[in-house]
Each structure stands twice: as C-alpha cells, then as structure tokens.
Design a protein around this ligand. Structure first.
Ligand SMILES: [Fe+2]
Ligand SMILES: [Fe+2]
Length: 320
C-alpha cells in the first residue's frame, strides 16, 4: 500500500515537473493530461509503467502494427486459405548436392525407417512421437546461436528468435496431438530414449556443421510432411474418424467452432512445409557465406504484399 502511494506521489510529482517545463497550468488532472500529452504519450494510461517511457513507446508501436493488420483483416504472417492448405500436399524434395547433404539425407532415412517399423499404421501415435523429436532441433540450434553471439560478442541477426519460434510451434503440435491420443507406456519410454539420443546427436552435429544440421532438419520436415499426408489420407479413407477439433487446436489456429481433425492436420502440415523450406534455406544461406545475414525477408515480403494490395484497392476504387 505504502509503496503504491509512494509510486503515485512520484508519478504526480514527475507530471507536475513535466507540466512546469511545458508551461501548463490548471487542475491536477488537466495538468497531468496536458503534461503527458506534451511529451507525446499518455502517462495516465501507461500500461507498462515498470519500463522506461521510451521502451513503452516501442511496445505501443509494435501493438499499433498488429492493430493495423487486424483492421485490414489480415494476420501476420498472412493467413492461408483452405485452397492453399489443400495444395500444400504436393511433395517437394531437396536433391542432395554434396557429401554433407547426403549425410543429412541418409540420417533421416534411417530415422524414418526406424519410426515406421515402430509405429506402422498408427498415424496419430506416430505424430505424437514425431513431434517430440521435431521440437528438439529448433531449441538446440537457437542455443548454439545464442552462445555463438555471446562468444563472438556480435549480433545474431534474428536467427535465435526464428529458431525458438519453430521449436515452440512443434511443441504446440505435440500438445495438440496429445488431446487426440494417449501414448502407451512403451511409446513414452521410446520418446525418453529418443530425446536423450537425439539431443546429444544434434548438439554435436550443430557444433561440427550447422549446414548439415539444418539440412537434416529440412529432410526431417520432408518426412513429417509425408507423415501428415498419410494421416490425411487415412482420415479421407475413413480409417481414422474425422472427429471435431479440440479447443487447444481451435485456439492456436483460430479455427471456426465446427472445425474438424482434418482441418487441424491441414494446418499442422502447412507448418511442416514452412519448417522444411526454412531449414533448407538456412543450410543454403550458411553455405553461401550468409551465417550473419538475417534469415528471413518476411518483413519485406509482407510490405510488398501490402503495397500491391493497396495499389489494387486504389485501382478498384478508381474504376468503380
Ligand atoms: Fe510438427
Ligand atoms: Fe516441423
């Protein structure tokens, strides 16, 4: 209580000083409002009063950007239509070009065969265990990039956050599938063993060759894409019932109330396509000497998309 009173007192005193600097007179409320307006933002409405006002302005700008996306009915990144999601079934394969690519490809081939032997046609159980492995590389790679940035005392240029986002997305896939199926005791033991082995293996691989490590994830995601194609096929054939989607998936993907399991698989498969392309791109980027380049040009692409949309809207308005 005392602390909050002291906080309010210092806030009022600060506002009065700002008001005096800005030459404002009147009631306390007027003084406060005008003084804060004089500085270009509203202290009275500050939501993040524990950070510096400059930092709060940056936060406000970030929110403002999201608000603009909401106003034009777009999400960030741009949302995919149902047609887009269905079209993502097409299989893309990055042809191995050198020894490192071949090592990556063969590593995934062995892992895939092993997974198939273990799970066979149990697509939902396969998905759960696949995601426990798929969520590892992003967090390991981001830790490597974080440590590299500390070691070299240089900026990371956006890799850490992008890789952490990938790991977070994979973890959400796991939590979504956990709502639809319950792993057996043997599967849980398999996951624990696989995690210990894969974390060790991938940590060593990333330290020795980040090019091979990202290429391996690219191939792993190609396998995940194939696994979700099989999952969809099983739903379409009626082998797996197309039950209503559960709350966690509907919230995460902003799905409508009547969304089904098939819709969820379509969205998860789209994520896997993005991981596949992103990791092949990262591997190429490092090989071409871009280890310190920003990993994505998304901002430019979105800006370009918005410019194109604005131009076509203007043309439509002019012709109407
Ligand atoms: Fe996934
Ligand atoms: Fe993935």
């Amino acid at each position: 209580m005392l602390a909050s009173q002291l906080g309010r007192t210092s806030l009022v005193r600060g506002m009065q000083m700002q008001a005096a600097r800005a030459g404002v007179q009147g009631s306390l409320a007027e003084v406060a409002l005008k003084a804060t307006q004089a500085r270009g933002f509203h202290l009275l409405r500050r939501k993040y009063d524990w950070v510096e006002p400059e930092a709060e302005e940056l936060i406000a700008k970030a929110y403002e950007r999201h608000k603009r996306y909401q106003e034009v009915g777009e999400s960030f990144p741009p949302a995919l239509s149902c047609e887009n999601l269905e079209a993502l079934g097409k299989v893309y394969h990055y042809e191995p070009k050198n020894l490192r690519d071949k090592i990556a490809y063969n590593t995934v081939q062995v892992l895939e065969k092993f997974m198939f032997l273990f799970f066979r046609e149990k697509y939902d159980h396969h998905a759960v265990c696949l995601e426990t492995v798929a969520a590892v590389p992003g967090i390991v790679a981001s830790a490597h990039r974080h440590l590299r940035s500390l070691r070299t005392m240089k900026r990371d240029h956006g890799w850490i956050a992008s890789l952490q986002e990938e790991a977070e997305n994979e973890r959400l896939h796991l939590l979504i599938w956990m709502q639809h199926t319950k792993p057996t005791f043997i599967e849980r033991a398999f996951v624990m063993t696989a995690q210990a082995a894969f974390v060790t293996f991938y940590t060593g691989m990333y330290a020795l060759s980040p090019v091979t490590a990202h290429r391996t994830v690219g191939y792993l995601e190609e396998a995940a894409h194939k696994a979700y194609n099989d999952y969809l096929e099983a739903i379409d054939k009626g082998d797996i019932p197309n039950v209503p989607a559960l709350v966690i998936a509907k919230n995460y993907y902003h799905l409508p109330e009547d969304a089904t399991l098939r819709d969820v698989v379509l969205h998860v498969r789209a994520d896997e396509c993005m991981h596949r392309d992103f990791n092949h791109h990262l591997s190429d980027l490092i090989q071409s000497g871009g280890i310190d380049d920003h990993p994505t040009e998304m901002i430019d692409e979105v800006n370009e998309m918005k410019t194109n949309k604005a131009t076509s809207d203007t043309k439509q308005t002019a012709s109407a």
